[in-house]
Design a protein. Structure first.
Length: 262
C-alpha cells in the first residue's frame, strides 16, 4: 500500500488523486511518443462521483430506465473516477473558422477516444496494484436513430463528480472550459467522493447574458430553452461524410467558456 494515510480519510483521497494525476502525466507523455499522434491535451482534471450519491441513483429517472448504474459495470463499486482531458488551444482555435470541422478537431476525436481506452486500462492496473478493483464501462458511444442518447452518460457522472455544470451549448463546462473530452472508470476505492458544483459555470445561466453559442451553431440547434438533438445529429452526420466521425464542435470553440469558467 503506497499511501501514508488510511482509507476513508480525506488525506487518503487526496493522495490517491495525486498518484493518479502523476501517473497520467507520464502515461500521456509516453503514449504520444509511442503512437506518433497529432493530438495534444493539457493536464487532465479528475474527480470521484459517489456510486450512492442521490444524483447518480436518480439517473434512471432523469435519463432513461436503461441507463446503467456503477454496480452494473463493477459489482461493489464505490465510486466513478471521472477524467476530463482538455484539448491544447491550437486544436480549438483552428476549429473556430468556417462551418465545417477543422483537421485538428477531426483528428482529436478518434485519437482521444483510442487513447482513453489505453489510459483507463493503465489506471485500472494502477488501482489493482493498490489492492482495489476497477472496470471500464463498455458500449458508451452506442446510439441509434431511435435512441439518440447513451446508457452511460460520461457527463452526468462528471457533473456529479464536481467537474462542471451544463451550459446553454449543452456542453459540460469546467475549470478548464468545455473543449475536451470526458471518460470514466468505475472502481471500489474507499475514497471520499466529490460533490456537484452549486454555482453555474455558463455565463447565461449565471448572469443572464452571452448566448454566443446559440448565435454560433450552424444549424440553430441551441436555444436558452434547450438543445435540439435531432438538428445537431443531422449536422454531425453530414460532417461524418468528410471526416468519418460525427463531429462539429462550433458551439464550444471561440466561446467565453472554451478554456475556462467565464
Ligand atoms: C450521443 C452523443 C452525441 C449525439 C447526441 C447529442 C447529445 N448531447 O446527446 C450527437 C452525435 C449529436 C453528439 C454531438 C456532439 N457531441 Co456528443 N456524445 C454523445 C454521447 C455518446 C452520449 C451523450 C448522451 O446520450 N448522454 C445522455 C443524455 C441524456 O444526456 P445529454 O444529451 O448530455 O443531455 C443532458 C444534458 O443536456 C443535461 N443538462 C442540461 N442542462 C442541465 C442542467 C442540469 C442542472 C443538469 C443536471 C443536467 C443538464 O441534461 C440532459 C438530459 O439528461 C457522449 C458520450 C457519453 N457516453 O456520454 C458524447 C459527448 C456528449 N459528446 C461530446 C461532444 C464533444 C460532442 C460534439 C461537440 C461533437 C464533436 N465532438 O465535435 C457535439 C456537441 C453537441 C452538443 N452541443 O451537445 C462530448 C461532450 C464534452 C463536453 N464538454 O460536454 C461527450 C461527453 C463525449 C466525450 N467523451 O467527451 N453527441
Amino acid at each position: 500500500m503506497p499511501f501514508k494515510t488510511l482509507p476513508d480519510d480525506k488525506n487518503f483521497t487526496d493522495e490517491v488523486k495525486r498518484a493518479i494525476l502523476d501517473e497520467l502525466d507520464s502515461f500521456v507523455e509516453s503514449y504520444r511518443i509511442q503512437n506518433k499522434i497529432t493530438t495534444r491535451w493539457k493536464k487532465p482534471l479528475i474527480g470521484f462521483a459517489g456510486a450512492n450519491h442521490p444524483y447518480i441513483r436518480s439517473l434512471k429517472e432523469i435519463i432513461s430506465p436503461t441507463h446503467l448504474m456503477p454496480e452494473d459495470v463493477l459489482e461493489g463499486a464505490t465510486s466513478v473516477l471521472c477524467f476530463f482531458f482538455p484539448f491544447e488551444e491550437e486544436t480549438v482555435r483552428e476549429n473556430i473558422k468556417g462551418d465545417t470541422p477543422s483537421p485538428l478537431w477531426a483528428t482529436a476525436y478518434p485519437e482521444t477516444n483510442t487513447m482513453f481506452v489505453h489510459m483507463a486500462n493503465h489506471i485500472k492496473s494502477l488501482i489493482q496494484s493498490w489492492g482495489y478493483r476497477a472496470e471500464l464501462p463498455s458500449d458508451i458511444g452506442k446510439i441509434s436513430e431511435q435512441q439518440l442518447y447513451s446508457n452511460w452518460s460520461q457527463r452526468h457522472f462528471a457533473y456529479a463528480a464536481g467537474l462542471g455544470t451544463f451550459g446553454v451549448n449543452n456542453m459540460l463546462i469546467g475549470k478548464q472550459g468545455c473543449t475536451g473530452r470526458y471518460f470514466t472508470l468505475v472502481c471500489d476505492l474507499p475514497v471520499i467522493p466529490d460533490e456537484p458544483r452549486q454555482v453555474e459555470n455558463c455565463l447565461y445561466k449565471r448572469e443572464g447574458k452571452c448566448l454566443a453559442c446559440v448565435r454560433r451553431c450552424p444549424v440553430g440547434a441551441l436555444s436558452p430553452e434547450g438543445f435540439d438533438r435531432e438538428k445537431c445529429f443531422a449536422r454531425v452526420k453530414e460532417n461524418s461524410k468528410q471526416w468519418g466521425n460525427t463531429i462539429c464542435g462550433k458551439c464550444s470553440v471561440g466561446m467565453p467558456c472554451s478554456f475556462k469558467r467565464p
